[in-house]
Design a protein around this ligand. Sequence first.
Ligand code: EAX
Length: 335
Amino acid sequence: MKTHAVRSSLSAAIGGFSTLALAIMAANVQAAQEVSLGHTLSSTSHYAVGAQAFKETLEELSDGAFVVNEHPSGALGGEREMIEGLQIGTVDIVITSTGPLGNFVPETYVLDLPFLFATYDQARCVLDSELGEELLGKMSDHDLVGLAWSENGFRHLTNDERAVTRPADAEGLRVRTMENEVHQEAFRQLGARPTPMAFPELFTALQQGTVDGQENPITVIVATNFWEVQEHLSLTGHVYSPAVVLGSPILLDGLSDEAREWFREAARASAEATRAEVSRLEEEGVALLEEHGMTVQTHIDIGPFQEAVEPAYQIFTEQYGSEMLERVQEKASSC
Ligand code: EAX
């Protein structure tokens, strides 16, 4: 009888303890909010490096209150689809090029003009300036939250038909472009046949010969094994491709100022890590692509390319005005 009494009070104590422990655990579980982060590139890419930095920073700053789940390789769709997802709240964070962004935030089209920036330092300096902040702020007018400018890189042309060293070589080539009217216009001016397409469809399109070529930064060409389907690479560096870390207003507008700041800081850490990876691969990537059998045209005289795409500027300013372009150019020249 005595033993039984001891046992039951013990089990009551244990029961009480475990109820409390469960309640605490439940409170913690409830507090940990899952954050989905999407991008189109592989888990070895510079975006994946940026996603990891975002995750580590946010989870640390929030002391585990947020847990980030990365969805790489276009698992949540192409960049245009994911941007739509941010607007309706089906995804929380997206790392994307500005490729399809102009369709949502026309003010950003200016950044996609060919040969606008000459070097990485210059592009980064403009994006990190007040002007860059202003452009990030414009996203709020279009149901998006601009958290930080990140980086995709200078884009180069690949194709499976011939070595391209002059604009005439690009004539008639079916080149996949991003879903970006400024890029499409530039390739039209070059005499190529631009075919806009979402990135997740690109590898198969190249493999099946639906298009002859594409253009992307070294990092993307490496991370996507494009050497398997493209023989020629020309280092045209025809346009700097910014990336941006975007958030969904549906998540972010509901957070405290402090929590929102954690997201901004995580996005800045993400951008920094991504840029470092772009710089590293700019150095090593070309040699790697050659090892994989690509023929690389390294010394391209860009003058004739620049001349050929010049009308794209006029078409752009006719449609969007020249004020923002002039401000970007002025800032770039002081960088
Ligand atoms: O943002 O679509 C593209 O070519 C982009 O460069 C790629 O999705 C990375």
